[in-house]
Ligand binder design. Sequence first.
Ligand code: FAD
Length: 350
Amino acid sequence: MARGTARASLPGLNKAVTIAGGGLAGLSLAAGLRTRGIPVTVHEAGSYPRHRVCGEFISGVDEATLGSLGIPDVLKDATPCSSVAWYREGRRIHDGHLPRPAAGISRYRLDRLLHDRAASLGAEVIEQSRQPREVREGLVWAAGRIPARSRWIGLKLHFRHLAMDSDLEMHLGANGYVGLARIEDARANVCGLFRVDRSLRGSGIELLASYLREGGNAALAERLGTTDCDSSSFCAVAGFSLGRQKAEQHLCTIGDAESMIPPFTGNGMSMAFEAAELSLDPLERWSRQKIEWDTCLAEIRTRLQQRFRKRLGAAQALHPVLLSHGGRMFIESMARARILPFRPLLALVR
Ligand SMILES: Cc1cc2nc3c(=O)[nH]c(=O)nc-3n(C[C@H](O)[C@H](O)[C@H](O)COP(=O)(O)OP(=O)(O)OC[C@H]3O[C@@H](n4cnc5c(N)ncnc54)[C@H](O)[C@@H]3O)c2cc1C
């Protein structure tokens, strides 16, 4: 079989899978199922291309996962990001290198690539089609983070020709953190997770700069203020909770809809691809009428829990450390003493 070509399927014999949500988890699952000849429809509430709140660097996904999803080349033109610099309120505290380069790519580009790939493999992708959240046999819920009351706001904006002396920069502040990543077309993506402050208003660079100044990152706000920003790329998201998401007993959830790892890890997109890969076999067996839907659902849940338990637990434990004053001081002192265990910590959240 040629790589990426759908296996022959006998229409009518294989039950169809419906996916709600055409983000990374939904589209990559659709592509993977199509390579196995399974009929798939994806319903996406929005349309492509579109910007999304995301740090836009993918770290931790391996080639085998992308290959088994039928998307081996999707990151081939992504910007390799190896060097990382950490800052605390304007002070550079740590320089390091990732053990394996991360891939910098905008969601504007990546989601469209995945859409085109899934569609070329024969998936039906219906845009502007918001699905009701309901328990239904054959429905996979990949519709992203679940709305929840929370104290977080995520902001993202692209900048052109932003001077960076590392591929990735992580800036810790008193109200959250912000990551800078090199992506395509000489752009940098700037994306932050902050505690909501209702006194800060506006949108675009003004809002981002206000949150940065509020957290003690005035120098970064100044630096961004003198750089060419693409205001059409601005997006914001609020009202979501981190960690495992609540789901109805019989709803099949994957990606952020199943669990949302704290963003500092840069691993959420990898988890979305891995979740799609782990769901392929059970869904194929259900589609070919070898197992019941409840068995398929139980298998997917077990696989996701086994794969993600350790990294979710570690990330949930480290997240408050980054956000507390004492935690940031501790990180800074370890970094200054050159004993910050950057790579072991990174391995814990992979
Ligand atoms: C501030 C922030 C920074 C981040 N930075 C990074 C990073 O640097 N690296 C990284 O790997 N991860 C990062 N992440 C996490 C990453 O963005 C997610 O883990 C990833 O997008 C999850 O993919 P998904 O397919 O599950 O969900 P999504 O990508 O959110 O896709 C869900 C899709 O479902 C659609 N949808 C929603 N409701 C419905 C409905 N009812 N019917 C139909 N469609 C619907 C949406 O329009 C969307 O297209 C970050 C997250 C945040 C909040």
